[in-house]
Design a protein around this ligand. Structure first.
Ligand code: DX5
Ligand code: ZN
Length: 221
C-alpha cells in the first residue's frame, strides 16, 4: 500500500480528473477526501457525491476524513457512497466506540482523528476499536497551512501507546506534510501521510511523488 494519501481539498476541481489520472499512473492507491461541514470547521468542502463520482471513474480506495459535527449522521452516507476508510474527530463524536464499530460492521476501516491540541492519551480507550488514528499536524479547516512541529512528539507518544497495547492500528498524519518532514514523521512512527498542497502545487507530480517515495523508502515493486 502506497503510504501517500493525496488530499484533494486543495485542487482546482476543473483539473481534478487530470490530476487523479496522474496519481493513478504514479502508483497512488488511496485518495484522502477532506469533508468539511462549515460547522465543525469554518470551510465547506464536498459531500458523498464526490466520493461516488470518483469511484465511478477510478479504482482508488477512498479515505474520507469527516471534519463534521454529528459524524453519526454523515458516516452512513459515506458508507453508501463507497468510501473504504472513514475517520471522524474524537472532538465531535458522541459515542466514538459505537461509531467505530458501525464503520467496521459495514466492512470499512474505522479511523479516529485528534486535533493538534487534543491530548494523545484521549485515544487510549478506543485503540482496540480503531483501524487507524489520524493525528492532525495542522488545525483542521484549510489546506496549505504550516506543519506544527510538536506533532513529531505526539506521533512518538501515540506510537508507544499503540505498541504497548500490541495494537495493529495504523498512524496517519495530515496537514503540512512535505518531502522535508515526511522522513522525520516516519522515524517518529507514522505509517500514512496525507498530502495536499505539496502534491497539488508541484510542477511535476511524478517527480514530487518520487521525492516522497524516496523519503518514505516506499517503492511500487
Ligand atoms: C486540513 C485537511 C488536510 C489538508 C492537507 O483540514 O484535513 O488534509 O488539506 O493539506 P496540506 O498538505 O495542504 O496541509
Ligand atoms: Zn484531512
Amino acid at each position: 500500500m502506497n503510504p501517500l494519501f493525496p488530499s484533494i481539498l486543495s485542487t482546482n476541481f476543473f483539473n481534478l480528473e487530470a490530476k487523479l489520472r496522474s496519481f493513478s499512473e504514479n502508483g497512488i492507491d488511496f485518495l484522502h477526501l477532506d469533508v468539511m461541514d462549515g460547522h465543525f470547521v469554518d470551510q465547506i468542502s464536498f459531500g458523498p457525491s464526490l466520493a461516488r463520482a470518483i469511484r465511478e471513474k477510478f479504482t482508488f480506495r477512498l479515505d474520507a476524513h469527516l471534519m463534521v459535527s454529528n459524524p453519526e449522521k454523515a458516516v452512513p452516507h459515506f458508507i453508501k457512497a463507497g468510501a473504504d476508510w472513514i475517520s471522524f474527530h474524537i472532538e465531535a463524536a458522541g459515542d466514538a466506540a459505537g461509531l467505530l464499530r458501525l464503520i467496521r460492521d459495514n466492512g470499512r476501516s474505522a479511523g479516529l482523528v485528534l486535533n493538534p491540541d487534543t491530548p494523545v492519551d484521549r485515544i487510549r480507550p478506543f485503540l482496540a476499536e480503531a483501524d487507524y488514528v489520524l493525528l492532525m499536524s495542522v488545525f483542521p479547516g484549510y489546506g496549505g497551512q504550516s506543519f506544527i512541529p510538536a506533532t513529531l512528539e505526539r506521533v512518538a507518544q501515540l506510537k508507544k501507546e499503540i505498541m504497548d497495547l500490541g495494537s495493529r492500528c495504523r498512524l496517519q498524519v495530515d496537514g503540512g506534510v512535505t518531502p522535508d518532514n515526511a522522513a522525520l514523521l516516519m522515524e517518529a512512527g507514522a505509517d500514512l501521510f496525507v498530502v495536499g498542497t505539496s502534491l497539488f502545487n508541484a510542477d511535476d507530480i511524478a517527480v514530487r511523488i518520487k521525492q516522497f517515495s524516496n523519503q518514505l523508502q516506499w517503492s511500487r515493486e
